[in-house]
Structures are given as structure tokens and as C-alpha cells.
Write a protein of this length. Structure first.
Length: 371
């Protein structure tokens, strides 16, 4: 089937309650980094603000849990609390149906769900859910997004713990299905370890046999990269001869490695300042039209907080942002939704199998085989 974006249905601002709604109130920031009382916090949904009477403005480049600032030219920008500057004007009001000049559009896209039953079994995603159609829809989406969107992958280290999934993801990069990569120090460390020793945390990535003194391998990998100065230099020198990081570097893919308190090393590219890492992730996330998070709860939730459920693009107007969470744990994917990423779609499976299946499925479609 040919992928088509669902139609966007904007509000009709000529109808009640909008015609009687007041312009939104903006209050000054008194202390930098502190929003005024009654500030409006943004959601994942499209949001409109009546800046002047009968002039409703849609937020572009939005993100969850931020505030809206009115610039001197009347335009609106979404800012994190920590970036507010004294004197800036912040949108205030917590009623979201127009009463305060703010409307949160919770159902903007046409729904393909035709289920009308008041009671039905198996309506929630669990380990028993079938995912065949999800894979087929994902293949169509990725083919569309490769040319028309911006695909962001959020990876946990489990992806490189298996030879086949590591190779499959590198192929996805080479084939253009990866526009950006967000991960932690561990993903890159164990990918480099695999390139050097064919292990991840000392265990073979194919035979799963523990190497002698294998617990040194990831530390040796970090040490070698730090000695030469960077992952890119290690690749250029032939030290890292295969894997995901090599594919990312050679295909000039945007990549952010955000560090954590428990990181070994870390690698030179890993950003250890949390605010700096968040800013770098946000610069990528704001471009996302599809996000696929795999086996990394914290990084996936962090990305989910930065990505709204919509994107305003030149070619397609207001369109949805697709968000997939892939994990073996129901808890992991449920936690993402519980943190506000209501549009996230879950696929419960081993992420290594998932990557292999996606690469194989896309390759088969290219050859015309859809079995």
C-alpha cells in the first residue's frame, strides 16, 4: 500500500466558543529562569493562541512542559523555563478550551480507528498482541519518511549486543533510513568494543561466550578511543572497522551521545553536561517526523518530552509525528505514555529481533517481495 499522511483538521475559529474568547494574557518575567504565576505549560498537542482579537496563532516547534514567549514582533516561541530572560512576556492561563485565549487541539488528525464497540477484549498492547500490521505500516512509513521526513532513532546498548542487529542497523544507516541518532555513552562504547573484540561487556556478540578477561574489553575500547582523541579519528585510523558508529560517521548522520552519572570513561564525544546534552538532543528532536526508541527508557522518555505530536512542514503543512517505543517490557512502554507521550505506539519484542526484521522487511520490499 502507498503511505499517506492523515489529514489535519484545524479548529473553526468563527464558531463558539472562539468568537467570544479574549486575547491571551502575557505577563513579564521578573527573575530570569522563573515563569510568572499562572503560566501556561505546553503539551504534545497543537496549541493555538489568540495573540490579538480574531487572530489565532498555531505554535510551531513546540515541546512538552515549556512556556510560550511573545516576541517584540508578535511571534510566539516555546522556551524551557531555565532559558527565560527577565522582561520576556509569557503566555498565562490554564483553561485550554479558549476561555483564556488558549486552545489545545487534542484531536487534530483524522482517525482510522473504526471501533465503535463499548466493550471489547484485547484493547491494550501487551506481550500477547500481534504486531504483523505494525511492521507493515512501519515499512511504509519509513519508505515515505526516508525522502519526505526526518527519522530519529533512540538506541539503547542492547542493539549492539547482537551481531545481526548491529549489522542490520548499520545497513539501515547506509540505506538512508536513519537521519539522526540519540543514545548514551554505552551504545557507542559497546559498538566500539564489538569492532575491536567482537564482544559486548565481554560476551561474544554472536556465540555469547564470555571472553577471557572480557570484563576489560569495554574499558580497553574506551581507552583506545580516548588515546587517539575521538571515535571519528579511530575510524579514520582503521581501529574501528565496522559497526553502527562507523556507519553514522561515514554517512554524516547527526548524533548525540548524552552521558549519565554511571558512565565509564566516557568516550570523548559523550556530552557530560546534562543541560548541554538536552540542548543538543532538542536541536535534533525538533526536526523529527518519526521517532523510534529502543530499549532505553530514560533516553526515550527524554526524547518524548522534546517531541510534540505534530510538525509544521513546508511540503505537508501540519502533519503528525510518529513515535514508536520498542521494548520487551510492558512497563517500559507504559512508562513512556505515563510521562505524557500519549501518541507513542508500542511494539513489544526483543529489540535485536526488531532491527533485523525491519532491515530485512525493507530490503524485501525493495526487491518486490512482500511475503
Amino acid at each position: 500500500m502507498t503511505f499517506q499522511l492523515p489529514a489535519y483538521h484545524p479548529p473553526d475559529f468563527t464558531q463558539p466558543p472562539f468568537v467570544d474568547a479574549p486575547p491571551v494574557t502575557f505577563r513579564r518575567v521578573v527573575k530570569s529562569g522563573v515563569a510568572p504565576d499562572d503560566y501556561h505549560a505546553t503539551s504534545i498537542h497543537p496549541e493555538y493562541f489568540q495573540v490579538e482579537k480574531n487572530r489565532w496563532t498555531l505554535l510551531e516547534q513546540s515541546r512538552m512542559d515549556c512556556v510560550v514567549v511573545k516576541r517584540d514582533d508578535g511571534s510566539l516561541v516555546v522556551k524551557a523555563f531555565r532559558k527565560l530572560e527577565r522582561g520576556e512576556r509569557v503566555a498565562c492561563g490554564r483553561r485550554e478550551n479558549g476561555e483564556d485565549g488558549i486552545f489545545v487541539h487534542a484531536e487534530p488528525f483524522e482517525s482510522q480507528d473504526q471501533t465503535l464497540q463499548k466493550f471489547a477484549f484485547r484493547t491494550r498492547t501487551t506481550r500477547e498482541t500481534s504486531f504483523s500490521i505494525d511492521y507493515d505500516e512501519l515499512y511504509d512509513l519509513l519508505e515515505f519518511e526516508r525522502r519526505n521526513g526526518f527519522i530519529v532513532w533512540v538506541l539503547g546498548p542492547a542493539v549492539v549486543f547482537d551481531r545481526d542487529s548491529r549489522e542490520a542497523f548499520a545497513k539501515l544507516v547506509a540505506e538512508g533510513y536513519v537521519h539522526a541518532l540519540l543514545a548514551g555513552n554505552a551504545l557507542a562504547v559497546h559498538d566500539v568494543e564489538a569492532a575491536l573484540f567482537s564482544t559486548a561487556l565481554g560476551q561474544g556478540i554472536y556465540a555469547k561466550k564470555s571472553a577471557e578477561l572480557g570484563h576489560y574489553n569495554h574499558l580497553d575500547a574506551i581507552n583506545r578511543v580516548r588515546a587517539i582523541g575521538s571515535i571519528e579519528k579511530a575510524i579514520d585510523a582503521g581501529i574501528v572497522g565496522n559497526g553502527i558508529m562507523k556507519a553514522v560517521v561515514e554517512n554524516d548522520i547527526s548524533c548525540v551521545l548524552a552521558g549519565s552519572i554511571r558512565d565509564d570513561g566516557p568516550l570523548p564525544e559523550t556530552i557530560t553536561d546534562a543541560c548541554q546534552a538536552q540542548d543538543r538532543m532538542r536541536a535534533i528532536a525538533r526536526r523529527a517526523t518519526t521517532v523510534i526508541g529502543m530499549a532505553t527508557v530514560l533516553h526515550t522518555i527524554a526524547t518524548g518530552n522534546m517531541v510534540p505530536a505534530y510538525q509544521v512542514t513546508e511540503g505537508h503543512g501540519v502533519r503528525p509525528v510518529y513515535f514508536y517505543s520498542v521494548d520487551m517490557s510492558e512497563f517500559a512502554v507504559s512508562k513512556l505514555v505515563n510521562r505524557g507521550s500519549l501518541s507513542a505506539r508500542a511494539i513489544l519484542t526483543n529489540v535485536q529481533d526488531f532491527v533485523v526484521n525491519v532491515e530485512r522487511g525493507l530490503r524485501r520490499r525493495k526487491t518486490g517481495f512482500r511475503g
